[in-house]
Design a protein. Structure first.
Length: 154
């Protein structure tokens, strides 16, 4: 999954999406064409299980209730606000979880089956390992900022 910041003056298309594991999520795109390109190249991933087998759900049409485009854009966060929110979330997750690295799937199962005390963990798992965990009822979530964990969070 690739994350991009949305510029202040950019219009945004929001689509309701569902992965093959039945997780529903929103996708934000610069245009219909951008969605189509990412969809065809399987670059859109579920934030819960990282599956890139997705489909677009029917969504409500845009309603113009008299608000100007400027007032709607003013309600959207700026790129700097989005980055600050992402960094706060990354710091919170890093501070409140244990990094188990490549042992993630094994340790998640041990916690799920109550072989070890429950605690928050993070680590690395392949897509197939994440899907197997989900099928066993082990709740996992893909982090869109996993690469940030390798660098100091500033």
């Amino acid at each position: 999954m690739q994350w991009s910041l949305i510029g202040e003056s950019m219009s945004v298309r929001v689509f309701d999406l569902r992965c093959d594991a039945d997780h529903v999520f929103e996708g934000w795109f610069a245009s219909q064409e951008e969605f189509d390109a990412q969809f065809l190249e399987r670059k859109i991933g579920c934030p819960l299980c990282a599956s890139n087998v997705i489909r677009r759900l029917p969504s409500a049409p845009r309603l113009n209730l008299g608000a100007s485009d400027q007032s709607v854009q003013a309600a959207l966060p700026t790129a700097a606000q989005m980055q600050a929110t992402l960094m706060r979330a990354a710091r919170q997750i890093m501070a409140s979880t244990e990094d188990v690295g490549e042992r993630f799937a094994e340790e998640a199962r041990r916690i799920h089956y109550k072989e070890v005390p429950e605690r928050g963990i993070r680590g690395v798992a392949s897509r197939s390992e994440a899907q197997a965990l989900a099928e066993e009822g082990v709740r996992v979530m893909a982090l869109p900022f996993a690469d940030l964990a390798k660098e100091p969070l500033q």
